[in-house]
Design a protein around this ligand. Sequence first.
Ligand code: ADP
Length: 274
Amino acid sequence: MSMYVSGVDIGSTTAKCVIIDENKKIVGKSLFPVGVRIVEDAENAFKLALKDAKLEKEQIKFITGTGYGRFKVHFGQGIVTEISCHAKGAQFLFPATQTVLDIGGQDTKAIRVKDGEIIDFAMNDKCSAGTGRFLEVCADALDYKVSEIGDLSLKGDKPVKISSTCTVFAESEIINQVSRGKIPENILAGVHMSIARRSVSLMRRVGIVPEITFTGGVSRNRGLVASLEEVLETKINVSPLSQYLGACGAALFGLERILDPDNDKKVNKELYVE
Ligand code: ADP
């Protein structure tokens, strides 16, 4: 009979849950917007992933919470920081990863990994500049959905320089550029280049060593992937699963513990078991 574990990643914007089997195959997943009732949102994300996997909760042997709201995963047995989980998830999908860029709803992280260990990380969680929230505000200002603006930015051939890094000022700068007759494609090309440059400066703080893997919800934005590749002058790894990699990493920590409980401290230094 198969054995299953789950990772539940509670971010500032979305809850992600994955269920994997002992062969590390993803058998179920869910993505759920986070509101004010974080405990319920976490439970719902787990229930939806169970449904997707056609499993009952009793069949899940270990649940690990991660992300900003990881302490709200009350039904879990373990907790791991999102930095460790994104690093693990990125190496799971792309084993040659040495640098991870994670851009989520409200923060950006650059992580350096070597031989499966995190050797350095840098984080911007003080303001929303350059994060998913920043892109959402820019999309709103131009009356588009956040899922549309990446592709639109790729059509811009004359990027408009966006000098404001603050989300609030960027919004008024965009409105000002519209009134000057600049088209959304070019404004968005400028917005994406400005975020890419900011992200690369954060990555420089930890050192940029290929392969580079882009995780978090913003990695779904093809315009930003292209801008990052232009600034970095190299290809980066990205997958349709990239938004789930924190949850995947959490599930994998749980799996390691189940498969080797005697070796818990060595294998799972990160895993805090309640
Ligand atoms: P967190 O873990 O911090 O809650 P996520 O990693 O889930 O955040 O990322 C959320 C962000 O991902 C959103 O703010 C949005 O900018 C971006 N995003 C989500 N879905 C899409 C999409 N379909 N296309 C482009 N960007 C997206």
